[in-house]
Design a protein around this ligand. Structure first.
Ligand code: SAM
Length: 295
């Protein structure tokens, strides 16, 4: 096991995978891989994971400043293909009775051209001309100001690649930062698509019934913007917990192929489930490992 600080950044070559592993104080195994998720997943065994909870990079929303990142493709088709290529491998490593909870937000096509100066809203956003700012309808005939429908485009493509789309869950992002638009309703929800591989799979409906929450409409407070010095656009612990409560047996192995700050791993390990995380950003992996070592 390598120390989180001993990887010499200068010597790490393209496509190299660095990994860390260990056990929590109560003896639960964790593994963190720093590398491209497709490349890492390719090396994991078939049907070895019970539950996947993940939120991939959204289309044209952030620049994570790492070579090989998904999210800044020139076309929506290329983005959908990049995500689905990873999800094909996720499907292979998922057990036949496993579940996948996939959170993805949408993006608007602005077509407004070159942005003027820095974007004050977030320094993680790509300055200059993003694909969604270029004229030409993104090659799919969109009019300016149109929402792209990214989550459904991905979900439909995944369904055509043998995933069973079992439930589109609405995550009502309570108290999220309001968008600064005046000519349409401000958005307050995102999708969590529940996918499975086969007709029989692990599912425990009781937590949904017991908590008297709407079964496919989850009101969960969004995470405050930057909480911990790194900004991965993290989702809330409660969201992951709910996915695991209904979709992962006790002690089942949990995977997040876009782990960011490690929310999925933390919640899984705290509920005594072994966890595997993958992220391309060395900065995020180091953060994640440091956090997990405290569990
Ligand atoms: C929306 S964030 C995930 C945030 C995470 N759910 C959390 O709670 O912190 C998406 C992550 O995907 C990572 N990423 C982007 N392209 C990747 C790739 N090709 N392989 C692996 N990770 C990638 C980014 O570094 C980022 O951390």
């Amino acid at each position: 096991m390598s120390s989180v600080f001993d990887a010499n950044e200068q010597q790490v070559e393209k496509n190299q995978i660095i990994n860390w592993d260990g056990f929590t104080k109560s003896g639960i195994l964790w593994q963190v891989y720093c590398g491209d998720s497709f490349e890492v997943l390719r090396r994991l065994p078939d049907e070895s994971v019970n539950c996947v909870v993940t939120s991939p990079p959204y289309y044209c929303l952030r620049d994570y400043k790492v070579e090989g990142q998904i999210g800044l493709e020139d076309s929506v088709e290329d983005y959908v293909e990049a995500i689905c290529k990873v999800m094909d491998e996720v499907r292979r490593v998922l057990r036949s009775d496993g579940t996948l909870f996939f959170n993805l937000g949408d993006t608007y096509y602005s077509g407004k051209g070159q942005s003027q100066g820095n974007d004050r809203k977030s320094n993680k956003r790509r300055f200059g001309l993003r694909a969604v700012d270029k004229s030409g309808g993104l090659g799919i005939g969109l009019q300016r100001k149109s929402i792209i429908g990214v989550p459904w485009r991905v979900a439909i493509e995944m369904a055509s690649r043998d995933w069973v789309l079992r439930s589109p869950i609405i995550w009502h992002r309570e108290k999220c930062l309001p968008e600064s638009v005046l000519d349409r309703p401000r958005r307050s929800y995102e999708y969590i698509f529940m996918f499975v591989k086969s007709r029989k799979y692990y599912f425990n409906r009781e937590p949904l019934v017991d908590q008297k929450v709407e079964e496919d409409l989850w009101t969960i407070q969004a995470r405050p913007k930057v909480t911990n010095g790194i900004d991965t656009a993290p989702y809330p612990d409660e969201l992951v917990q709910r996915c695991l409560d209904i979709g992962c047996p006790e002690g089942g192995v949990v995977l997040d192929p876009f782990a960011g700050s490690g929310t999925t791993l933390r919640v899984a390990l705290n509920s005594n489930r072994p966890a595997i995380g993958i992220d391309l950003s060395r900065e995020f992996c180091k953060f994640m490992v440091k956090e997990i070592r405290g569990i």
